[in-house]
Design a protein around this ligand. Structure first.
Ligand SMILES: Cc1cc2nc3c(=O)[nH]c(=O)nc-3n(C[C@H](O)[C@H](O)[C@H](O)COP(=O)(O)OP(=O)(O)OC[C@H]3O[C@@H](n4cnc5c(N)ncnc54)[C@H](O)[C@@H]3O)c2cc1C
Length: 457
């Protein structure tokens, strides 16, 4: 990086918050995506919006690329910087600016950790539902940029359903305000949903206003064991068809169950094909009826055991089985490729078969878990990136899985984003015209192409 530009950037954030030593650059050269790395020129930790504006102004004038970064937990290479570019890391912008109980909104800086916001609003009897598995480490800025989902997505939706207002710094350093605290706003193009899931390619969020709802009064957590995977998949569709919408309807397959049990010792069965974790929440009377309906449906679909948590401690233990799935799988082999092929709920059984067949055909180990209620599955390949032949087979298996997801009317990613990792599959999903429109949008926001270059399109 040009030394005079580096000096000017250091002056903006202060020398200790401009990291350019080899060790820091190596650390920030990765995110949670396997097989991808780069070396940024400098990592800046601004304290406020004005510093981001000044950084963008300088970088735009110099034509230097900028990659925003929260905690680097994304799984699509979204925060891998362009070589020798600037990384803006938001951990110092971590204030909860306001919790507005009259308008039911919270306004935060982008570096706020998701579970910190959960705790603060829940202490006031309010609820911010989006809960990605990474909620204790990922940031609100990253969640918005990826439109993260979570275990409560089935009933409550994803991040996009809660973003009401954004303050975004554009590539040239201009400030763009979209939306706010009003529930109704149809003035001009609806830019919030466009910015949500823009993966750091259209602007840098410095302020985020989200909708809050009243905290559900009660919750019942259940776990059902299924000797046959197909029965678990059918039970998922039957629960929804019975007009019960659980907050959580999650699935673990046999490979994942074994890894979780070895790791977390929560008492999962090792002789079944699948378990479903189901949570219903809301008014105590209503959820008692819903829980009874769920138990009945699981039994009709040949579950071998059905457990209802008797207290919070037991509920937490059951939920841990799902929350630790990725960490448990990741212990088995050096490289974990976690994907999120997503299909209409009615196609879950067929998709699980495709995943099993692809793993067998290409001789790779794939464990699958995920948000069964959303049709959002996480086939996770346990491999070793030093074994190039195995990596090649893993990618061949995923190619089959993505093509099948598209053919079933699904998508290549339900929540992890396109980034670098899934860029090659995007044209297969959205077609030439889709790519053309997306490129046009990118150009309108960032004509020089300096914001997180090379990602998405
Ligand atoms: C164990 C584990 C479990 C996970 N579970 C889930 C899950 O259940 N659901 C789910 O959806 N995802 C999940 N993820 C993926 C990941 O945690 C999410 O994508 C998360 O939102 C990323 O947040 P982050 O702060 O780490 O962002 P980063 O990874 O740092 O960045 C993600 C993207 O956002 C952009 N970005 C970051 N901050 C800003 C900003 N202020 N302005 C503009 N762009 C910005 C970056 O450029 C990048 O493109 C999981 C990951 C792990 C490791």
């Amino acid at each position: 990086m040009d030394s005079s530009l580096l000096k000017e950037l250091q002056q903006i954030v202060g020398e200790q918050y401009a990291l350019s030593d080899r060790a820091s650059l190596a650390v920030y050269g990765y995110d949670s995506t396997p097989e991808l790395e780069s070396r940024p020129g400098v990592v800046l930790l601004p304290a406020c919006r004005d510093e981001v504006i000044r950084i963008m102004g300088l970088c735009a004038a110099a034509g230097v690329s900028v990659t925003p970064r929260g905690s680097g937990t994304n799984l699509s290479g979204g925060s891998i910087s362009h070589d020798q570019g600037v990384v803006i890391q938001t951990s110092r912008m971590n204030k909860i600016i306001e919790i507005d109980e009259e308008n039911l909104t919270a306004t935060v800086e982008p570096g706020v950790i998701t579970s910190t916001l959960h705790r603060q609003v829940e202490a006031r009897g309010l609820f911010y539902p989006p809960d990605p598995g990474s909620l204790h480490i990922s940031t609100m800025g990253g969640n918005v940029a990826e439109n993260s989902g979570g275990l409560r997505g089935l009933k409550y939706g994803v991040t996009a359903d809660y973003v009401m207002g954004l303050e975004t710094i554009l590539a040239n350093g201009d400030l763009l305000r979209t939306g706010g605290k009003v529930v109704k706003d149809v003035a001009g193009y609806n830019l919030n949903p466009l910015l949500v899931s823009s993966e750091g390619t259209l602007g840098i969020f410095t302020g985020i206003t989200v909708k809050l709802i009243p905290k559900p009064q009660a919750k019942i957590t259940m776990l059902a064991h299924f000797p046959a995977m197909s029965d678990a998949a059918l039970a998922v569709s039957a629960i929804i068809a019975a007009k019960v919408i659980p907050a959580t309807l999650e699935f673990l397959d046999k490979v994942t169950i074994k890894c979780v049990e070895d790791y977390a010792h929560v008492g999962l069965p090792l002789d079944v094909d699948a378990v479903l974790l189901i949570e219903v929440d809301g008014h105590p009377v209503v959820i008692a009826e819903e829980a009874a309906a769920v138990a009945d449906i699981c039994q009709k679909h040949r579950c071998s055991f059905f457990q209802t948590a008797k207290n919070n401690e037991e509920a937490l233990k059951l939920a841990t089985a799902r929350r630790t799935a990725l960490s448990a799988l990741a212990r088995l082999r050096p490289t974990t490729i976690l994907e999120d092929a997503t299909v209409p709920r009615s196609c879950i059984a067929a998709m699980l078969q495709v995943i099993q067949d692809a793993a067998k055909k290409y001789d790779v180990t794939i464990g699958t878990f995920g948000h069964a209620g959303d049709g959002n599955l996480h086939p996770t390949c346990l491999t070793d990136e030093r074994n190039q032949d195995e990596i090649k087979r893993a990618h061949q298996a995923f190619e089959v899985i993505f093509d099948a997801a598209i053919a079933m009317g699904g998508t290549i990613t339900g929540e992890h984003g396109v980034g670098l990792a899934k860029k090659k599959y995007l044209p297969r999903l959205v077609g030439e015209s889709g790519v053309r429109v997306m490129r046009g949008i990118k150009k309108a926001f960032d004509p020089q192409g300096i914001l997180n270059p090379g990602k998405v399109v």
